[in-house]
Design a binder for this molecule. Structure first.
Ligand SMILES: C[S@@+](CC[C@H](N)C(=O)[O-])C[C@H]1O[C@@H](n2cnc3c(N)ncnc32)[C@H](O)[C@@H]1O
Length: 308
């Protein structure tokens, strides 16, 4: 039997979003729907939930388990939430928004799109096959410098140069087609003893690039802020430092509080406090018990802020 899947911070989502029974919430990353289900459990009949996901195939399969008139599922990049919510007439009425970034367990284990280096799938890596180019196309056509830059900047892997070189060498002889082709190249460059971390970094870097994930996140955060109501909560769960840095910077810029307030506050500090746009409610990591239930969330970081 399949082990039950627990996304990060499932049971704490009510507390972080500060869910009001008749509130309006957005789940920007529906995935397998567990966070959405948890939000719905805490709403009364007049509450509302809008759930977004860019992955049309995943939505088709994973939305089947929730039939609920309070839920509205939208197949879109979360960069566009502001347009949808404005059109629906809920601008600045949203009580809480959650982003649970990265890949769902379904995408990793069952989408057959080449996200997992443990399988041997075609190298596609698009979150939605109708958008953009596949990893296979890019890996077989990009120049060495671009491949190096992606692996270095989005994977932060110190073997980036040699891996990029080896990819070019490989594809002179044959098409780089499957995940295991890429695994072979990385293993060859890094050595059999230390290659697991590099695999994770290189696969991550290509996925981020192919789906333009960091720009989507930047745009999604800005849009989320614009549609939140006063005292609305922003909750973001990220899985690597590139995402977390963006979230941290976004919240710090809105909170403007780069000092530890002491009592009494100086006039300058009071003015600064009144000019802030959000209150930073902190950063959290999963508990050891949560990690036992789902080891894949061990690197998760949750940040929460409240709009003033
Ligand atoms: C970690 S999973 C979310 C899991 C979900 N919280 C649950 O309870 O099952 C991340 C999901 O976000 C989606 N996603 C990633 N980037 C997105 C974007 N820019 N816009 C919309 N959805 C996105 C992915 O397709 C994936 O389904």
């Amino acid at each position: 039997m399949l082990k039950k899947y627990y996304p990060a911070f499932l049971k704490e989502i009510k507390k972080f979003l500060n869910i009001k029974k008749d509130g309006i919430y957005i789940d920007c990353t529906f995935g397998c729907g567990e966070h959405s289900l948890e939000i719905l459990k805490n709403l009364c009949v007049s509450g509302k939930l809008f759930s977004f996901d860019i992955d049309n195939e995943s939505l088709l399969i994973n939305s089947r388990k929730i039939q609920d008139p309070r839920l509205n599922i939208i197949n879109s990049n979360f960069s566009y939430i502001e347009n949808y919510i404005k059109r629906l007439g809920f601008q600045k009425k949203i009580n809480g928004i959650i982003f649970d970034l990265g890949l769902s367990i379904w995408q990793l284990d069952q989408s057959n799109r080449g996200f997992s280096f443990l399988k041997n799938d075609l190298l596609d890596m698009r979150l939605n096959k109708n958008i953009g180019i596949s990893a296979m196309y890019w890996l077989n056509n990009a120049n060495e410098k671009d491949i190096f830059n992606v692996i270095k900047n989005y994977g932060e892997d110190y073997n980036a140069k040699n891996i990029a070189k080896k990819i070019i060498f490989f594809r002179k002889r044959t098409v780089l087609k499957y995940t295991q082709d890429l695994v072979k190249i990385i293993k060859y460059v890094v050595g059999a003893r230390k290659y697991i971390k590099s695999l994770a970094r290189v696969f991550q870097s290509i996925r981020i690039y192919i789906n333009d994930e960091l720009n989507s996140l930047i745009n999604g955060l800005k849009a989320a802020y614009n549609i939140l109501s006063s005292k609305g909560r922003l909750v973001v769960i990220s899985f690597h430092s590139l995402e977390d840095r963006i979230v941290k910077k976004f919240i710090y810029n809105k909170t403007n509080m780069n000092f530890i307030p002491n009592i009494p506050l100086t006039d300058k500090q009071i003015n600064k406090f009144y000019s802030t746009k959000m209150i930073n409610l902190g950063k959290y990591k999963p508990s050891p018990k949560e990690i036992i239930n789902n080891n894949r969330i061990r690197s998760a970081i949750l940040r929460v802020a409240e709009k003033k």
